[in-house]
Write a protein that binds this ligand. Structure first.
Ligand code: SAM
Ligand code: SF4
Length: 317
């Protein structure tokens, strides 16, 4: 469906849970989130109904996210049912990877075609520090499980944090030479008050080009990343710059949170609930929400916090 600014909205990001087994500093408070009552959250049937309603309005791409989607008990069933919704051509999933060793194959068989795995560092101690509890080996095992399961595309997402992982830009990019996967550097968005990041943490993605002048530009693939390749590499290196060069004019996404809130824009507090609605009411609510999608997300930088009103774990990235 075309919105008021001529953007063709084709992409739904569905957060299936707010819960997570990690506590990344840029995403969640240290003590996690209060578990909401079961009846406040979308049921599996409501999620599938929302996907059907979205598909009826022209959504073709679905990304399952969270929180950590792989801590959701019925995640394989959700993916399998969503993949059967007419009109949905592509199901992708974003995960921290730690539960992929047991779930990569079932998810692939359930119709998930692509996975994005978050990996900010290759250093075990730094991984523990940024995730406040994670074990790097679990995420790395998850990446190997994803490679084995034969997803059509595997991307590693690294949030670029000055003074934390900018020294690892070459090592992270080098993974695209060693393995058939893509690496995406994402600018740190100011989401969590008191996350403990100083001004030096907010660096533009162009830092990657400064560190790796040998990167060769690739043609755009229709996504939000600017694409490059290391000479001879199997995969691409992508730069995603929501802060230094926002891509709102080309934004084709809407988001649905696990408690049923539809968010036309990631960084706006405007939300409308789908919880408890039947199919027809969902279609109409989705239609109005798409028409209310703002032209851009407003000021966003280290001095201007996101106005999303929720943590990333609740929105899904
Ligand atoms: N748990 C899954 C994961 O970590 O991939 C999926 C949910 S997570 C909220 C989705 C994506 O958002 C991850 O790639 C994560 O790195 C990114 N993200 C979270 N907070 C962010 C922030 N403040 N700035 C930039 N990216 C962020
Ligand atoms: Fe969990 Fe993903 Fe947020 Fe990290 S980024 S705390 S893994 S939801």
């Amino acid at each position: 469906m075309i919105d008021r600014y001529g953007r063709d909205i084709r992409y739904l990001r569905l957060s299936v849970t707010e819960l997570c087994n990690l506590r990344c500093r840029y995403c969640m408070p240290a003590d996690g989130v209060c578990k909401k009552a079961h009846d406040e959250m979308l049921t599996e049937d409501e999620m599938i109904c929302a996907v059907r309603a979205a598909a009826s309005l022209g959504i073709t791409k679905l990304r399952i996210t969270g929180g950590e989607p792989l801590v959701k008990k019925n995640i394989v069933s959700i993916c399998s049912r969503a993949s059967e919704v007419p009109g949905i051509r592509e199901i992708c999933l974003t995960t921290n990877g730690t539960r992929l060793p047991e779930l990569a194959l079932p998810l692939r068989h359930a119709g998930v075609r692509r996975v994005n795995i978050s990996l900010d560092t290759l250093d075990a101690e730094k991984y523990r520090r940024i995730t406040r509890r994670g074990e790097l080996t679990q995420a790395v095992d998850g990446i190997h499980a994803a490679l084995y399961a034969g997803f059509e595309k595997i991307k590693l997402n690294a949030v670029l944090i000055g003074g934390f992982n900018d020294d690892e830009i070459p090592e992270l990019a080098e993974l695209t030479r060693l393995y058939p996967l893509d690496v995406r550097f994402i600018e740190l968005m100011p989401m969590v008050e008191g996350a403990g990041f100083g001004p030096e943490a907010y660096i533009p993605c162009t830092a990657v080009l400064d560190r790796l002048p040998e990167l060769e530009a690739l043609p755009p693939d229709g996504g939000v990343a600017k694409l490059y390749r290391l000479p001879g590499a199997k995969g691409s290196v992508g730069l995603i710059s929501p802060v230094s060069a926002h891509f709102c004019a080309a934004c084709n996404r809407i988001r649905l949170t696990a408690d049923g809130r539809l968010k036309p824009c990631l960084h706006s507090g405007d939300e409308v609930s789908l919880k408890g609605l039947d199919y027809d009411a969902m279609v109409e609510t989705l239609r109005l929400a798409i028409l209310s999608k703002p032209a851009w997300h407003g000021e966003l930088d280290r001095n201007h916090m996101s106005r999303a009103g929720r943590g990333m774990n609740q929105i899904g990235g």
